[in-house]
Design a protein around this ligand. Structure first.
Ligand SMILES: Nc1nc2c(ncn2[C@@H]2O[C@H](COP(=O)(O)OP(=O)(O)OP(=O)(O)O)[C@@H](O)[C@H]2O)c(=O)[nH]1
Ligand SMILES: [Mg+2]
Length: 193
């Protein structure tokens, strides 16, 4: 996909703020600091449109990026960051439920995991949460550049086993650093858009 236009449309915290132009949407979920914003930037060839940070918890709102006036990437706030108050966590839960449960233009969710590590309990819960809402899920195992070639297959297998990924769901190795998996990602996304 040739991206000629990408812009942030809104940082939303509730449904009434979501864009209502009915364009199809792809959301990115995953642990705080895992690389969700970096994934978006890599796919659209923009260094920092989706703001990234080496500190977890950068994205706190649902950020809607309109791409080529054709669809949205929605950058979802991460989970699993320890230094978050109970109130914050509850707010996050309400926001997630409202979005994933009711968003009719949502075509698929990319669950971003860190290929270096075994998926966490939060990752497993998120995968189950998305499946519960019957949403198509693609698991993107990112930071592939950090794993030597000979060990990659074994890391992917662990991701599949721990998340108990359904047979029909894809698991895509990816690196925002090297761009590995980028063309495959577009190939997958096109089917949903
Ligand atoms: N080596 C490597 N580093 C990456 C990759 N993707 C992201 N990072 C780094 O991981 C850190 C977090 O990336 P972000 O894209 O901000 O992560 P996020 O999931 O959006 O984080 P929150 O918004 O806090 O939830 C940054 O320092 C990135 O440079 C990757 O594929 N390879
Ligand atoms: Mg982010």
């Amino acid at each position: 996909m040739k991206v000629t236009n990408a812009e942030i449309v809104i940082s939303a915290v509730s449904k009434k703020q979501y864009p209502n132009d009915q364009l199809p949407e792809i959301a990115l979920a995953g642990r705080s600091n895992v690389g969700k914003s970096s994934f978006i930037n890599k796919l659209i060839n923009r260094k920092n449109l989706a703001r990234t940070s080496s500190k977890p918890g950068k994205t706190q709102t649902l950020n809607f990026y309109r791409i080529n006036d054709a669809f949205y990437f929605v950058d979802v706030p991460g989970y699993g960051y320890a230094k978050v108050s109970k109130t914050e966590r509850e707010k996050w839960g309400v926001m997630m439920e409202e979005y994933f449960q009711t968003r009719e233009t949502l075509k698929a969710v990319l669950l971003i995991t860190d290929i270096r590590h075994e998926p966490t309990r939060d990752d497993i819960q998120m995968y189950e949460f998305l499946k519960h809402f019957d949403l198509p899920v693609v698991v993107v195992a990112t930071k592939l550049d950090k794993i030597p070639k000979g060990k990659r297959a074994q890391h992917i297998k662990r991701t599949i086993n721990t998340l108990q990924v359904d047979k029909g769901d894809l698991v895509l190795p990816f690196s925002a650093e090297t761009g590995e998996g980028k063309d495959e990602a577009w190939g997958i996304l096109k089917k949903y858009l």
